[in-house]
Design a binder for this molecule. Sequence first.
Ligand code: AMP
Ligand code: MG
Length: 378
Amino acid sequence: MSGRVVAQDVVAKESVPPFANTAVDGFAVRAQDVDKPGVELEVLGVIGAGHVAAYQIGAGQSARIMTGASMPRGADAVVMIEDATVLSATRVRCNKPAKVGDAVREVGEDVRAGDVVFKAGEVINSAGIGVLAGINARKVSSYPRLRVAMLSTGDELVIDGSTLRPGQIRESNLTMLASMIEDTGCEIINLGIVDDDEERLEVALREVATRCDAIVTSGGVGQGDFDIVKIVLSRIAEMHWMQMAIKPAKPFAFGKLKTSDSRVVPIFGLPGNPVSSMISFELLARPALRKMMGHTVDLRRPTVRAIVDAPMKRKQDGKVHFMRVFGRFGEDGRLHVRDTGPQGSHQLAATAQANGLAFVPDGQGLAAGAEVEVMLLG
Ligand code: AMP
Ligand code: MG
């Protein structure tokens, strides 16, 4: 439930707290009796959390009471144990005066019955789940988790742990993307690596489209690439094959596949280079998936202006470079960043060390001390 977007206003049917209770361990008193230090009171009994006193507190009387216990009738303040001297089991001295309401948590101080605790469109976080439990809202209408199908292409890829033959590499994108898709709050249908048979791929795509909300593919979206995913998708879906002025993640594809039951399933065609795959998912697919799950704000992760601690060199090429950086807040209260190592689109190891993406504009790069916009990844 955490991270889900509420689809209908949630109105509290119960108040929290549901009864007036004490915020501290101490003595429930009538404030009017304890108008000066040193007042002595009779102690009628002990009230633990979850119990209700049968008696009423009258003039000159009190009750020992534990945090969370219901205030006894007649009492309107609590003197904390630290401000009291226990004289005997039935007598206490209050060392400080009390005011009405001292250490008392009133009914509905947190949530009042009738309050709208979540408006449609708001996101439920972990504390929100606690709030829902606290008001006994057992069923809440929310946007569903998307089911995202994913597949990878490439004759060179080995996914099953077997020994690499010459020319082969380990598949890494699906594992990485599965984690990113899950972090986005979606469920995964993992089709694995598709082999290069057009007809089988078409059948697989059409079939999975009937039971998913979006499709993510990895690889084969570059220019002049005769990957079968490109061939098949060009034929069966309405696709846009793009070259974007960013690095990494220059090639990208977006399209729509119509299902047999006339739904339209969006397709995100990510490039195969692992860093490109990661960045294009982060910048392009993730915001779209979030929007589909009802998010209206914060579709992208937050960005902050940061200080460049070591020069970030790049070549002028007409593109914005997204450099993987590690950032830490300095004593000046500013985020300071430096790149995490080799920035090639195949060099995922340096990306694994990063907690931010620096948007380095076209040019020769940034000198130490310059400012740069950084998207916070974690
Ligand atoms: P492509 O986008 O298919 O042209 O692939 C670009 C580069 O990424 C090539 O060097 C591929 O070997 C590599 N690559 C493609 N898909 C994957 C994958 N799933 N895991 C790891 N590397 C990949
Ligand atoms: Mg390929």
